[in-house]
Design a binder for this molecule. Structure first.
Ligand code: ACO
Length: 321
């Protein structure tokens, strides 16, 4: 059996902060942010728009798009690094909120590669004939992890959720290449606030996202093209057989550099980080939902999804629409 995406959905927080708002908070400006990252605005979750709330709203939209009832869902996978609670899992919270009473639920933590790893997990269960209908979600409220006084990170991130319904079928094409590089993990970290070492200093810098931006940039522009080439070679495919390369939306310069290294037309690399910033595990499913809703994806077309992030982790998946 092979999983095919048969419905997508997303949820975007109502409040948006543009670059000018950030320039009132830290020493930065709209021109620098747009030129170096491509980000113009990012959406910021309110107190009620928790990670599980956004995840559930995205899941409901995806189920409606797939014409699937909640009680037909066998598995819910939520990729997130910013749950509002450590337990129960965000996926169990989603189950409760959407009424997916027959689903097994678990979360995946692979930062910005999270949606890809979760999608691969769905495929593995479907391939083994264990589950038929899987909801895969990427949901983040990174605004809770960002230090809003630190200009090199706060300009990049935003909140939101995206979801896809993956259904078992007899036909279709799916392939994946993934890697984790734990030895390089210190370039992108965020420590839990629930640690004895932070009892006296709950707002210690380590409890916010810390990043060596240049190192992450170098890692992304070398590894993402590499993993996409490996995937295409393994499947005996040429890049021109791929309709779109849906990359994690971290920085427009990274997307342009990947397109150049692959010698592919930049038009095949859709971007939306201008509106949302980097929403980590939510960025790929939000972009996929936008493409789907615009009617850009036709049955049978091949799309490559590729991500990179903390871990370090990276990978690419080939899907057939
Ligand atoms: N506004 C104005 N100036 C700034 C800002 C800012 N917000 N931030 C940094 N600067 C300054 C720096 O201090 C530096 O000044 P100096 O030359 O006087 O020392 C100058 O701008 C250049 O700084 P760099 O860090 O070299 O800027 P760079 O071009 O590398 O851009 C950025 C920084 C945007 C962070 C880039 O490195 C990047 O996007 N890296 C990848 C980050 C990423 O993708 N992270 C997400 C991973 S996904 C996950 O798992 C969460």
């Amino acid at each position: 059996m092979i999983g095919r995406i048969c419905g997508t959905g997303s949820y975007i927080p109502k409040v948006a902060w543009d670059n000018n708002k950030l320039s009132e908070m830290v020493d930065t400006n709209d021109e620098w942010i747009q030129e170096r990252t491509g980000v113009v605005r990012r959406h910021i979750a309110s107190g009620e728009e928790t990670t599980s709330y956004m995840a559930a709203e995205a899941a409901k939209a995806a189920l409606a798009d797939a014409s699937l009832a909640p009680d037909e869902v066998d598995l819910i996978l939520v990729a997130t690094i910013s749950p509002e609670r450590i337990m129960p899992s965000t996926s169990c919270e989603v189950q409760k909120k959407i009424g997916a009473v027959n689903a097994t639920c678990m979360d995946v933590n692979a930062a910005c590669t999270g949606f890809i790893f979760a999608l691969n997990t769905a495929q593995a269960f479907i391939g083994q004939g264990i589950y038929k209908n899987v909801v895969v979600i990427g949901a983040e409220s990174l605004s809770n992890l960002v230090n809003w006084q630190e200009r090199s990170t706060c300009i990049l991130f935003g909140d939101g959720a995206g979801a896809a319904v993956v259904r078992a079928g007899e036909t279709g094409h799916y392939a994946q290449v993934t890697y984790s590089a734990g030895n390089g993990g210190n370039v992108l970290t965020c420590s839990s606030r629930n640690q004895k070492q932070f009892e006296e200093q709950p707002k210690a810098a380590e409890t916010y996202m810390q990043m060596d931006g240049r190192e992450v940039f170098k890692f992304a522009v070398s590894k993402v093209p590499e993993v996409i080439r490996e995937l295409l070679d393994r499947e005996g495919m040429q890049p021109d057989e791929v309709k779109y390369f849906v990359l994690h939306q971290a920085n427009e310069r990274i997307v342009r550099s990947v397109a150049k290294r692959l010698k592919e037309d930049i038009g095949k690399f859709p971007v939306n980080m201008g509106e949302y910033g980097n929403t980590s595990s939510a960025s790929i499913p939000i972009l996929l939902d936008e493409l789907n809703k615009k009617g850009e994806l036709r049955a049978g077309e091949h799309v490559i999804l590729a991500g990179f992030g903390a871990g370090l982790s990276y990978g690419a998946s080939l899907i057939q629409w």
